[in-house]
Design a protein around this ligand. Sequence first.
Ligand SMILES: [Zn+2]
Ligand SMILES: [Zn+2]
Length: 352
Amino acid sequence: MSQGTLSESSIGTRDARGHWRPDYRLQMPAPFRRPLRAGALARWFLGFPGYLWPWNLLYFAIALGAWLALTPSLATMQTLEPGWIGYILARNVVITSVFFGAWHLYFYVVKAQGKAFKYTERPPATDSKLFLFGNQVRDNIFWTLASGVTIWTAYEVLMLWAYANGWLLYVDWETSPVWFVVLLLLIPVFREAHFYVVHRVSHWRPLYDHAHYLHHRNVNVNPWSGMSMHPIEHLLYFSGPLIHLVLPSHPLHVLFHLFHTGLSPAKGHCGFERIVAGERSLVCGNWFHYLHHTHFECNYGSDSVPVLDKIFGSFHDGSPEADARLKEKRLARLRAMRGASPAAGGELEGAA
Ligand SMILES: [Zn+2]
Ligand SMILES: [Zn+2]
């Protein structure tokens, strides 16, 4: 958390079109840098914000609360019945609405910090044929709740039903405390690596045209854009917790995995770099993923595990030089297309 007179103009630049970009360059987090440095690793893990808190601990606290107070007993869940399935669906709808709604309320209704640290000055679209009801936020809420939470709940119900019937490898805190904690700590890393893979696959042209395009209508993102996806993409996106079919786990691991998957996109798409509270501010936005929404062909993973983008050549560090490299890559591809088909020449003129 930063204190003092930190303003958007002291750490970034807003251009004439109202786009703000931070001055810093995205880097590999400490575990992916060589040589490994103990101090940097400790700051990455325990800093504020760091790997543990506030965000991962927040998602864990919500999952723990849901497991302890808002999940039926395993005995109840031994048979698939509408009562407890409907209860879990309602619980997830309420938690998602409150969580995403709070981000939206703070930044876009109360406008608690105006446009300070907002990546673009434009508000969400309120009169666009691109979106259901002509309204970006209402469209995003529809896809989040109708498709996202339903598919999340389907995965959760099937996994809990399997635990209740003793079909999965079960561990608990009393008998395997070390593995229990290690697995909790690994879940966010695994989730983000899984996200890279399914997201990269979603950019395969047929899948993009039938599913992922729906998420990418949101170039100017807001918290509700995060989980606004096509049902096909939700099926892929929420499939990460299936890893617990083969890993010895507790139902709490599955819930943490699912809540992390379901809730973290609100922060990741909030559209602001920092949340300001008086003299203090905290990094909350996701410049890494915002670049993906503006440029499409970069940063498929996440800012915690960007190493996969680095390895596969799609890492964008946020600099104007990286913008230029991406543009050159596109032009080279169009030139190659023009070589194969003279009709692509017009597209080349437009791209330049
Ligand atoms: Zn996104
Ligand atoms: Zn994408």
